[in-house]
Design a protein around this ligand. Structure first.
Ligand code: C5P
Length: 227
């Protein structure tokens, strides 16, 4: 607070987790709470940036500070397809794009319009791959635009974590990749987070073990040093 080192910066952030419908009452989802992405948006806005926050299934309580922030425009989406449309639109007018949302890798090929019933037997789900949204944003990157990706990985130790992160960095082509270790009991619904930030060359820019706000500020520090 007090710093306005991101004044004038236009930022697009996605957060939360997409839901891919199976039938009118069921979906494929994930455990992302949307806290880290929301903190990233609030931190940027507190530091003077103008932020578009695209949220997929984030509780109102988590979004509260962002929804009331004068420099944040909030948009809610549900599926990966909706998230892709919203972020592609937001990215066209952004200096920094951060894809924090957990996007479902697959969706159901044909959504049932009636509730699937147990009496009809085991429902085999035909899945098709969703587009890699951040890869598309990287491909469409404007001159000077910074694209930040996130990678939640399970790993036995730090070496494996960084190895996975570096591989993902190369595959996605992002400028910064925030890598965090997740487990059954770490990373998702929790308040704290440990995040290692890698630059495009795979070097460690920062290693933060703290609140999600502290992690967010470390990421904006790295962005600010690249402006
Ligand atoms: O490959 P993985 O899902 O671990 O990559 C995570 C990063 O890629 C995150 O930044 C996430 O928002 C993004 N992503 C995406 N579209 C997908 C899957 C992931 O943009 N279909």
């Amino acid at each position: 607070p007090g710093r306005a080192d991101l004044a004038g910066l236009r930022v697009a952030v996605s957060t939360g987790g997409t839901r891919e419908p199976i039938d009118p009452v069921r979906f494929l989802g994930n455990r992302s709470s949307g806290r880290q992405g929301t903190e990233l948006a609030v931190a940027a806005a507190d530091r003077g940036a103008d932020v578009r926050l695209v949220a997929a299934h984030v509780d109102d309580g988590v979004l509260d500070a962002a929804a009331r922030h004068p420099r944040i425009t909030l948009e809610r989406v549900s599926t990966a397809a909706e998230l892709q449309r919203a972020m592609t639109d937001a990215a066209a007018a952004a200096d920094v794009v951060a894809m924090v949302a957990a996007v479902a890798d697959f969706r159901v090929a044909e959504v049932a319009h009636e509730k699937l019933r147990k009496e009809d037997g085991v429902a085999g789900l035909d899945l098709v791959e969703n587009p890699d949204i951040v890869a598309g944003l990287v491909a469409a990157r404007r001159d000077g635009q910074i694209v930040v990706g996130f990678a939640a990985e399970t790993a036995a130790d730090d070496a494996e974590l960084l190895e996975r992160g570096r591989r993902k960095l190369r595959r996605k082509g992002v400028d910064l990749l925030a890598v965090n270790r997740v487990d059954w009991d770490a990373g998702f619904e929790s308040a704290g987070n440990r995040v290692v930030l890698l630059d495009a060359g795979g070097d460690v820019v920062s290693d933060t073990d703290g609140t999600k706000r502290e992690v967010a500020d470390a990421i904006w520090d790295a962005v600010a040093s690249r402006r």
